[in-house]
Write a protein that binds this ligand. Structure first.
Ligand SMILES: *Cc1c(COP(=O)(O)O)cnc(C)c1O
Length: 343
């Protein structure tokens, strides 16, 4: 048994996956009478490619990975959930994650009845790798790291992450939903060196495709093979596969959006800093800013009543008095600043 397969739940290791009608057949054919599809209403009558091969080839070129190292999911939420379901035995295994971070890791752990251990970041949201490693035990299967982190916006320092990659024997998820906005390189560059690392990215943020629900997980073939075995066979529908395929031709437009948002992030930070009640603006490598104010609940509620919605993070670990503000267009940011000036 490989090192990695020892980490996999026994029922998953032994699973005989559902076999899609078309994937049993390899070759050329012109008459498809195998899947009980309706012969009318082409092309929507046909089941989608369960492995999204054309789309993955195109993503692989852009991300400089092999197509076989890619899993596509219904948002990042799907690979997050699958990672827990593949590796964590309910009521026995546990997960370790930084705190504060993205809320979906805990929700998925709770749904799967897997213990979720939170490890506080330092007060300035930097990573304490020792503290993370110390929280693990022989039943820790997965560590969730998020960089740039949500809601703090900072990148976790590479040395700390490296310590965790070297010191932990289980699966390490690197959530890079905001990587396009960061000046740091992606951990994708080291995918081949870390066979137990899963890098997650998404089309929801920089690519402007949150409504489409398409997320990417990158990992070695042993892990993507497990994802393919456990996921719903037809998780990404044909419309989505085709649409994302076309959107990938517009990488330059995506880069232009990123440059615009980074410029707006700087301008917005400057304007927020000039407001007398803003105590702190945390450094951000994402498309949002976390700020500290004396009365976050009041400011949040007043903005809501004026039709401006931001995210109140006041009740989150280390985020007392904090509000998270997504960087919008110049006009949207201007409206926000004007409303804040009137409080
Ligand atoms: C927004 C976000 C995602 C993206 O989730 P999708 O399901 O792909 O829309 C993933 N991780 C983090 C930390 C996020 O903030």
């Amino acid at each position: 048994m490989t090192d990695l397969s020892k980490l996999v739940r026994e029922n998953i290791r032994n699973l005989k996956p559902y076999s899609c009608a078309r994937s049993e057949y390899k070759g050329e054919a012109s008459v498809f009478l195998d899947a009980n599809e309706n012969p009318m209403n082409a092309p929507y009558n046909r089941y989608p490619d369960p492995l999204q091969e054309e789309l993955k080839k195109k993503i692989a070129k852009i991300k400089n990975v092999r197509p076989s190292q890619i899993m596509l999911g219904v948002g990042s939420d799907e690979p997050i959930d699958l990672t827990i379901r593949i590796f964590c035995e309910p009521a026995e295994d546990n997960i370790v994650a930084i705190d504060p971070t993205y809320g979906m890791y805990q929700v998925c752990a709770d749904i799967n009845n897997v213990e979720y251990r939170k490890v506080l970041l330092n007060d300035d949201f930097t990573l304490d790798a020792e503290r993370v490693l110390n929280a693990t035990d022989e039943r820790t299967k997965v560590i969730f790291l998020c960089s740039p982190n949500n809601p703090s916006g900072n990148v976790l320092e590479r040395d700390g992450i490296r310590k965790i990659l070297d010191g932990f024997g289980g699966i390490i998820v690197m959530d890079e939903a905001y990587i396009d906005f960061s000046s740091e390189p992606s951990w994708l560059e080291e995918l081949d060196e870390h066979p137990k690392m899963i890098v997650m990215q998404t089309f929801s943020k920089a690519w402007g495709l949150a409504s489409v629900r398409c997320g990417m997980a990158f990992a070695g073939e042993e892990i993507t093979g497990l994802f393919n075995k456990v996921k719903y066979p037809y998780n990404i529908n044909t419309l989505t596969q085709k649409f994302v395929y076309e959107q990938l031709d517009q990488e330059e437009r995506k880069n232009k959006w990123v440059r615009m948002l980074l410029e707006q992030r700087g301008l917005l930070a400057g304007k927020l800093a000039a407001l007398p009640f803003v105590e702190r603006i945390y450094p951000s490598e994402a498309n949002f800013l976390l700020i500290k104010v004396p009365d976050a609940d009041r400011i949040y509620n007043q903005l809501v009543s004026r039709g401006v919605i931001i995210r109140n993070r006041n009740a989150i670990s280390l985020c007392l008095g904090c509000l998270r503000i997504t960087v919008g267009t110049a006009e949207e940011n201007e409206i926000l600043i004007n409303e804040l000036k009137q409080l």
